[in-house]
Write a protein that binds this ligand. Structure first.
Ligand code: PLP
Length: 285
């Protein structure tokens, strides 16, 4: 694989980052994951915009010019012959060669920019979409700025491991009795035909797929309500699903051992998955 590191395209084995990099020492960095379908980028503009926002929120200086970022993404897709897969992009604050809690001088410290690809043949035809996900609920003990897409992913990783240990696929996180989001996706329920998902705030990541799916749902005259819901309400819903750049729209068929909609993916989730894939493929660049 060819990867991108700080302006260079290199074989993955030759790419290096300093051990003093604050991304490594302090999880001081942000990331984006963009899907590739048929060699094209899905929702690229949304991911580029959110990257800029995450960097701004953390006072990071890397100015990602849209066209440059797009060019790097396309170059990696071409060099690695990616038909279907993912592009991972990470920007960390870099380092001034020492370890300190205070940020190094932004004038003299360059951020570290890394991109690599992951090939996922048949990404849009995942058998999981026909089966649906089994999820567990866990406490949300993450920090309070989940709207910033930082690389602090230890707790979400632990959440996935807890799900695995319980024989499930993923976990939804609960705070003050309400579902915030999935470990790596936004969470939805469907009740009486209405699509319900938590409102945007600092408590959840502002999913790029979420924004697109809600727009398509409204355009298709489906009813959408952005509000918090409890795990008990979710267990009594007609359907549930999650969205993310890599899973698109993925049905949920079981929550904490209770099955939803007879344990098979519901019609609203299926329809939204079809619409999302159709529409975002048409708009792919
Ligand atoms: N919420 C969390 C915590 C995530 O990690 C992700 C994606 O990684 C999402 C939501 C979905 O965001 P997007 O649709 O932009 O991939």
């Amino acid at each position: 694989r060819t990867v991108y590191v700080n302006g260079e395209y290199l074989p993955e084995g030759e790419a290096t980052v300093s051990i003093f990099d604050r991304g490594f020492l302090m999880a001081d960095g942000v990331y984006e994951v963009t899907s590739v379908l048929g060699g094209k980028l899905i929702d690229f503009a949304g991911h580029a915009k959110r990257l800029e926002r995450s960097l701004n929120e953390l006072d990071m200086t890397y100015p990602p010019e849209f066209d440059d970022l797009l060019e790097i993404h396309r170059e990696l897709v071409t060099r690695n012959g990616i038909e279907d897969g993912l592009i991972y992009l990470q920007v960390t604050r870099g380092s001034d060669g020492d370890r300190d809690f205070a940020f190094p001088d932004a004038e003299t410290t360059r951020p570290t920019v890394v991109l690599f690809t992951q090939s996922k043949p048949g990404l849009a035809n995942s058998p999981q979409a026909d089966k649906g996900l089994k999820i567990i609920s866990i406490d949300d003990v993450r920090w309070g700025r989940r709207d910033i897409k930082t690389v602090q992913l230890l707790y979400p990783s632990m959440g996935k491991m807890m799900a695995k240990a319980a024989g499930c696929d993923d976990a939804w996180m609960i705070e003050d009795g309400f579902v915030t989001e999935g470990t790596s996706n936004n969470a939805y329920i469907v009740k009486g035909g209405k699509i319900i998902t938590r409102q945007l705030s600092n408590d959840i990541l502002h999913g790029i797929t979420r924004a697109a799916v809600l727009r398509f749902a409204r355009e298709a005259q489906m009813e959408v309500e952005e509000r918090s819901f409890t795990i008990d309400e979710a267990k009594e819903a007609d359907e549930a699903f999650v969205t993310s750049a890599s899973a698109f729209v993925m049905p949920v068929v079981e929550i904490d051992g209770d099955s939803l909609g007879g344990g098979t993916p519901g019609p609203v989730a299926k329809r939204l998955r079809e619409i999302y894939l159709d529409e975002s493929l048409k708009a792919a660049i």
